[in-house]
Design a protein around this ligand. Structure first.
Ligand code: AMP
Length: 540
């Protein structure tokens, strides 16, 4: 017998409808490129999103089409999130920090017909346009009417400006209703091998994730919260905050491109922010700034960190400033939050060093997702706080495959391998100890060691190359390249670094190049990265 309860589709549009109806006056505050602060409300944003939905239809966007964004956090990006997904199209957020080659590849792979870009990324979009002219029909610049100068675009790719587009569009009366399993968003991750892979979120997965993110033992926002997401809307939906905040009527304070500590602190203090979310690099810079200038935050009470391990010293530094620092863990494929370090009866009363020891843990699984460590014997490692294993997870918001890669699909109840290595303690808290993949993470951005190696060995003086992560105070990690010369050649480090210019994003260019006589190899011929880390980067 089936239950006798209403069945309504879990749709992203229902969030903004709820926010407009029950938190209509709640604010969305955005800092524009030129530093101006603009304000809107959930009520006004919902109406504009319905107009934007009309504009998208007039542009020829249909159910299931992918629509790309190349933008920082703003009210306009939020309108796009709701209008695109709300009409049943797929909001494809692109990371502007990727190399232009990768951006062109993913636009082609996703077949984005329309691309919305912040004015500051318009030159980047124009530079890529000739390479994606076969799929792209329009670039819409997120700017006022007449604010943007004409870009040099290939024939067939129109340039439009956002405000006149929305202004002229027909306001749609209703949000369409469709299957909650419909794709809502697309975000590409750079895998360990090959080209970036697309993670395709659904309305259902995004909604359930937003509920979980907002639970009391996790981010716990409420209608009185004023949250500043530093974590970008172009990466894993800014950890679900664009959904979770309007769900409860929390005010969203959008920093735009102004992510330096001076601007962030001013925005936090000026806009009475009490919660902020970002990667450790941002927090390190902010704490450094606070120490230099003295004083404290006016209203900030909590920060949430993720994307890389939260250093112990950072937790202590924030505590001195009267701010609680807490971390969550996840990845693009997991929407992203799987675990969050919320207290349990056994941990709530910890103080001093014991509290800091506990704070470096990545946390325990939120309801709706699960996590486990698998030991070398293939069995789940015991929760004893010492048995390490490969971390895998499963749940309502965990990917079961990559976009347009049927070979990657796993069963609905299968465990997704994360590539992270860690252990779980008796209270169920995960602690990451390593990662099995050899990617390098600098300031929240992945750098593929394989890509760097491939480029390096393309240099005429280089026989073999290995890229590893070297610890870095500011960025967390920076790439270090070790090369073996071709016989009779003498590679020069500075020239090698210059060789990377234009081939990878500038943040991916190795900081240091070491010339070595040989590289250590394992039994199957693979380069022993851990050995290199030990030799050159202070690893054990
Ligand atoms: P991405 O898919 O780019 O979001 O990167 C996900 C990866 O970032 C994870 O697989 C981890 O290796 C790393 N990561 C995320 N959160 C944390 C955390 N709290 N501590 C340590 N590493 C993390």
């Amino acid at each position: 017998m089936l239950g006798l309860m209403q069945r309504r589709e879990l749709l992203i549009s229902s969030i903004i409808q709820h926010a407009a109806r029950h938190h209509g006056e709640a604010e969305i505050v955005s800092r524009r490129d030129d530093g101006r602060i603009v304000r809107t409300t959930y009520r006004a944003l919902e109406r504009r999103a319905r107009k934007l939905m009309g504009a998208l239809r007039e542009l020829g966007v249909r159910f299931g089409d992918r629509v790309a964004t190349l933008a920082m956090n703003s009210d306009r990006h939020l309108e796009l999130y709701y209008a695109i997904s709300g009409m049943g199209a797929v909001c494809h957020t692109i990371n502007p920090r990727l190399a232009p080659n990768d951006i062109a590849y993913i636009i082609g792979h996703a077949e984005d017909h329309v691309l919305f870009v912040d004015a500051c990324f318009a030159p980047l979009a124009a530079a890529i346009a000739p390479r994606v002219a076969a799929v792209l029909r329009a670039i819409v610049v997120l700017a006022e009417t007449g604010e943007m100068k004409q870009l040099d675009l290939p024939p067939g790719v129109a340039q439009l400006d956002y405000e006149s587009l929305v202004e002229a569009a027909d306001e749609q009366d209703d949000w369409p209703v469709f299957d909650e399993n419909t794709a809502s968003g697309l975000c590409y991750t750079s895998g360990t091998t090959g080209m970036p892979k697309g993670v395709l979120y659904s309305h259902r997965s995004s909604l359930l994730h937003a509920y979980a993110v907002n639970s009391a033992d996790a981010v716990a926002m409420r209608a009185t919260t004023r949250v500043l997401p530093v974590v970008p809307m172009f990466h894993v939906n800014a950890w679900g905050l664009p959904y979770a905040a309007p769900m409860v009527g929390a005010a969203l304070i959008m920093p735009g491109r102004h992510l330096d500590p001076v601007s962030l602190r001013a925005l936090m203090d000026g806009e009475r922010v009490d919660l902020s979310v970002g990667v450790p690099t941002v927090w390190l810079a902010l704490v450094h700034h606070m120490r230099q200038t003295g004083g404290g935050f006016r209203t900030l009470k909590r920060i949430m960190s993720g994307g890389a391990a939260l250093p112990r010293a950072l937790v202590a530094a924030f505590a001195e400033l009267g701010v609680e620092a807490c971390q969550g863990w996840g990845m693009t494929e997991t929407s992203p939050v799987v675990t969050y370090n919320g207290p349990k009866p056994a941990t709530a009363a910890l103080t001093g060093e014991a509290r800091l020891d506990h704070a470096v843990r990545q946390g325990r699984a939120l309801f709706g997702a699960d996590v486990r460590a698998v030991g070398p014997d293939g069995a789940e490692a015991p929760w004893d706080g010492g048995s390490q294993g490969d971390i895998s997870c499963r749940g309502h918001w965990i990917a079961k495959g990559y976009f347009r890669a049927p070979e990657s699909e796993i069963a609905d109840d299968a465990w997704f391998p994360t590539g992270d290595v860690g252990l779980i303690d008796p209270d169920g808290f995960l602690l990451l100890t390593d990662r099995s993949k050899d990617l390098i993470k600098s300031g929240g951005e992945w750098i593929s060691s394989i890509e760097l190696e491939n480029i390096a060995v393309g240099h005429p003086d280089v026989a073999e190359a290995a890229a590893i992560a070297a610890p870095d105070e500011k960025w967390g990690e920076r790439p270090l390249l070790i090369v073996v010369p071709r016989q009779g050649h003498e590679p020069r480090p500075e020239e090698l670094r210059a060789f990377f210019k234009g081939k990878v994003a500038s943040f991916a260019i190795p900081d240091r190049v070491i010339v070595a006589a040989e590289l250590p190899h394992g039994a199957t011929g693979k380069i022993l990265k851990h050995e290199l880390r030990r030799l050159y980067a202070g690893g054990k």
